[in-house]
Write a protein that binds this ligand. Sequence first.
Ligand SMILES: [Zn+2]
Length: 135
Amino acid sequence: MKRCKGIYVLIIQVRRNIKVDVGALGEMAFAKGLYAYVGSAQVNMEQRVKRHLRSEKRKFWHIDYLLGNSASKIIKVFYKEAAKPEECKTAESLSRESEPVAGFGCSDCNCKSHLFHIKNYELMQETMQVFPKET
Ligand SMILES: [Zn+2]
């Protein structure tokens, strides 16, 4: 992953049922399971993804609050070079087979959510086939 612009999908494992205080969204419950979070970085994606992987950081995005919980961790990162509109298109594709966490990560767009509780990992991977790279 070079200093490219693009969008990424973080696959997050939540090891037990947790409640997280998500800043302006208030307290939210997350059931144990796998989640997919769609984001974009139009300046330096590598730096952004590294930031998500760091545990100590100032909480700025909704996702920072979820990742700040000791029961959650990033297990996989998909990414591709793409312009920002792809971010919401990907969120829309994921919403077809996974359950949106209402209002999460989409303060600046019209999506229902940018975080999805994955119900069927195989189906989700099919959607992710348009992402040629993964780590
Ligand atoms: Zn969106």
